[in-house]
Design a protein around this ligand. Structure first.
Ligand SMILES: Cc1ncc(COP(=O)(O)O)c(C=O)c1O
Length: 417
């Protein structure tokens, strides 16, 4: 066999191996597994199809984004449909979230958060955020984004019993310490924030009120959880793929022209260059779906979280906040101490036992209901899924029953094709 033949064989094997991996993953995660990770969701076929359109290959850079380009109209050509699509998607976002200004350019929730911090603060400023110990996003902790931007971080007072910012104490802290930015929103989130108290305090001392809606964007899109921009938030950043069932990406909203303009001015070439227009087209499709079906979707997500929490509790599985109805959003929290002491499992071991049964939860103690709700699950399925979780955690093999539940689920909240 010649060298060229061997090389072709190696190439064919490589192509087959890669193709097999993609297919096997798709088959498992889309058709066999029940996904209960709070950070993930699933797109409609229409939104998915936009990801592989020609927009995936293109650039656009209109002259209003770069003063030096004056007279060129755009640094690129062939951009008229891309620019029109971006304008349309921003309009959909503004209308759905009731914000005056919107950008879908950030490639992720993290970069949207970067944009929010950079728009609101200057080097040397102090910010108040929710600590990671209370579920706050790690990216806001000292040593990460704030260090990069030269910001000092303090923590908002938090009430463990209600798993929420202690609004009155937080308002006092804002008035006393006058931070540049007070930022709510978290990764382990359960209940809406009392924004009225925070808004009043921010007004008194000229602090920017920010909201990281990465986890709860899909609920906000449906008019549930809370309405941050109507409740007085100045700037909002978010992921578009957690409770909001879009492609992985970011969103930045504001009702303040000065902050939005500053965000856009500091965005290009500091945070990002091109914006991935296929993702934006796909996100726009999901914005339309949420405008039409978001209310029913969001209410069902919350109802499912409450039902799942209650049923798990009835089976004796340790979930938190029973007295508060377990959850007001798309996640419920496992009591990790009780799991270790009563069941002999760390949260990673619990996640491993479930994964072996095609039930996917994260290893940090959250169980999420967004994706299964998107797949049409209601309170009835929550009864079955709670039973499967408990039995899998005990070490039983529930794969065939999980497959049976999965086979009953069908994508919901989409336009008829
Ligand atoms: C509250 C919060 N903000 C921001 C992010 C970052 O989002 P992304 O993964 O879209 O960059 C996360 C990630 O989990 C998050 O939980």
């Amino acid at each position: 066999m010649g060298v060229r033949c061997l090389y072709s064989l190696w190439l064919c094997l490589g192509v087959a191996e890669l193709g097999d991996l993609v297919k096997t993953h798709e088959n498992w995660r889309l058709h066999q597994a029940i996904n209960l990770q709070a950070s993930e969701n699933i797109m409609s076929a229409e939104a998915r199809s936009f990801l592989s359109t020609d927009f995936a290959h293109r650039y656009t850079l209109p002259e209003d984004l770069v003063p030096g380009l004056t007279g060129l109209k755009n640094a690129y050509r062939g951009t008229k449909h891309t620019d029109a699509m971006e304008a349309l998607s921003e309009r959909y976002a503004r209308e759905l979230f009731r914000s005056m200004y919107a950008s879908l350019k950030p490639l992720s929730g993290h970069l949207a958060a970067f944009m929010l911090l950079q728009a609101s603060c200057k080097r040397g400023d102090r910010i108040l955020v929710i600590s990671a110990a209370h579920g706050g996003y790690d990216g806001y902790m000292p040593g990460f984004l704030p260090e990069y931007l030269g910001l000092t971080v303090d923590f908002l007072p938090f009430d463990d019993r209600s798993w929420n910012v202690d609004a009155k104490a937080a308002a006092d802290a804002i008035i006393e310490t006058k931070p540049r930015l007070a930022l709510v929103g978290a990764s382990l989130i359960l209940f809406p924030y009392n924004l009225r108290w925070l808004r009043g305090a921010c007004d008194d001392v000229g602090t920017v009120l920010g909201y990281d809606a990465s986890h709860v964007l899909g609920l906000i899109a449906g008019g549930e959880f809370q309405k941050p921009l109507l409740e007085g938030v100045d700037v909002l950043s978010a992921s578009t793929h957690k409770s909001f069932p879009g492609p992985q990406g970011g969103l930045f909203l504001s009702n303040r022209k000065d902050l939005f303009d500053r965000a856009m001015q500091t965005f290009l070439w500091r945070i990002q260059d091109n914006a991935h227009w296929n993702r934006i087209a796909s996100t726009a499709q999901v914005l339309l779906e949420m405008k039409e079906f978001g209310g029913v979707y969001a209410r069902q997500v919350i109802a499912n979280s409450k039902a799942l929490g209650k049923q798990l509790d009835m089976w004796g599985f340790p979930v938190k906040f029973a007295s508060l109805g377990y959850s007001g959003c798309h996640q419920i929290h496992v009591d990790q101490t009780a799991l270790r002491d009563g069941w002999g499992l760390t949260s990673a071991q619990f996640a491993d036992r479930l994964e072996a049964n095609n039930l996917i939860v994260d290893a940090v103690g959250r169980i999420g209901t967004s994706e299964i709700t998107r797949m049409g699950a209601t309170e009835e399925e929550m009864q079955s899924i709670a039973g499967l979780i408990v039995r899998a955690a005990r070490g039983e093999d529930v794969r065939s029953e999980a497959a049976e539940v999965r086979s009953r689920l069908r994508m919901a909240f989409v336009f008829p094709s």
